[in-house]
Design a binder for this molecule. Structure first.
Ligand SMILES: [Zn+2]
Ligand SMILES: [Zn+2]
Length: 345
């Protein structure tokens, strides 16, 4: 049976499973409007997840075919995976921020081989050893788009414009642009009194931006066509402060569980990243490549026990922190080093 929670005030959530993933579930929110239910995120593209979503909607007294629209917090497959199928079944529109919509467009246009080649080049530049690069080369040879999840995401029909109200008849849902986890991540502020009159300003659908017990992954924005030097961690920290200032009465995140006290959670996360940056500066008293830095950073387990895919994520997280330190003038690239090393200044 699908797990459905009634959050009051015409908002429910369905816990949609993510297969083979420690995160477990995506919370898909169902917001009642005068024109039918609107979904915030849809869940992973998998038959079992689809069945759970359909069962959950039935438990809410509606069905997939009744969905009026789909609002996507960001393009990741655990959020946007089922959007195309929902649209097919209902004729619903799909709305997404332009920055994530262009990632979707490029993902659809690029062949997986190009993606693997790009990742291999990027990891080589960050100092990854040969044994980490070889599997990418093999994947490049055997990749078939149809066998890879997330390589044909649905193109959205509408753009989510930061600061504007979404066209949800009878509701006040405002888009708050919160780049960092992805360049086009949005939180959605339901500017209505909390149904239980909790103190604060409405409710915030926070996607992956603000979660109660985990910190979202902040890596570099991975885009084979973009050569601008972005600072995702800087974006994320700014976005956190923005959301903290909103002071929502309750946060409805896309994973784990709802919570109150958003400003104190924001402070915890800001302190966590500040601590991490300080720790990195100590490590960077000797020049290190991002890969060497990742090996020396603290993770939830020792480096030699971190599986392959998570190492790729860890090194991109290390790079995002180095990028931040460089932007702050607290670290710099060592001239002439190849792969490039960074040192504290
Ligand atoms: Zn995500
Ligand atoms: Zn997620």
């Amino acid at each position: 049976m699908a797990q459905v929670t009634d959050h009051g005030g015409g908002v429910r959530s369905i816990s949609v499973p993510i297969p083979d993933n420690p995160l477990g579930h995506t919370l898909v929110y169902v917001v009642d409007t005068d024109r039918g239910p609107v979904l915030i995120d849809t869940g992973w593209d998998d038959p079992a997840s689809w069945d759970t979503l359909a069962e959950g909607l039935a438990a809410c007294g509606t069905s997939v075919s009744e969905i009026h629209g789909v609002v996507i917090t960001h393009h990741h497959p655990d959020h946007h995976g089922l959007s195309g199928q929902v649209r097919e079944a209902s004729g619903a529109w799909i709305a997404m921020h332009a920055a994530d919509a262009s990632i979707v467009r490029r993902t659809r246009e690029n062949r997986p081989e190009r993606w693997f080649a790009y990742m291999a080049a990027k990891l080589t530049a960050s100092g990854a050893p040969e044994e980490h690069l070889a599997p990418l080369r093999d994947a490049r040879k055997s990749a078939r788009p149809s066998t890879l999840p997330g390589f044909s995401p649905a193109l959205p029909d509408r753009e989510i414009v930061p600061g504007e109200l979404l066209a949800l008849p009878g509701r006040r849902l405002r888009a708050i642009w919160t780049p960092g986890h992805t360049p086009g991540h949005v939180c959605l502020h339901l500017e209505e009194d909390h149904p239980a009159r909790l103190p604060g300003h409405g409710r915030l659908f926070s996607g992956d931006h603000l979660l109660p017990r985990i910190t979202p992954h902040i890596g570099l924005y991975e885009d084979p066509d973009d050569v601008t030097v972005t600072d995702p961690l800087g974006d994320y920290l700014d976005s956190l402060e923005r959301v903290g200032r909103l002071g929502p009465a309750e946060v409805l995140p896309a994973h784990q569980h709802t919570f109150t006290e958003a400003p104190s959670r924001v402070r915890e996360l800001l302190a966590h990243h500040e601590e991490r940056l300080t720790g990195l500066l100590i490590l960077l008293s000797t020049p290190l490549t991002p890969w060497q830095l990742a090996e020396r950073m603290e993770w939830n387990r020792p480096w030699d026990q971190i599986p392959y895919g998570s190492r790729t994520i860890a090194v991109s997280e290390a790079e995002a922190h180095v990028r931040r330190l460089v932007k702050l003038g607290r670290a710099e690239a060592v001239t002439g080093s190849d792969p490039v090393t960074y040192v504290a200044v």
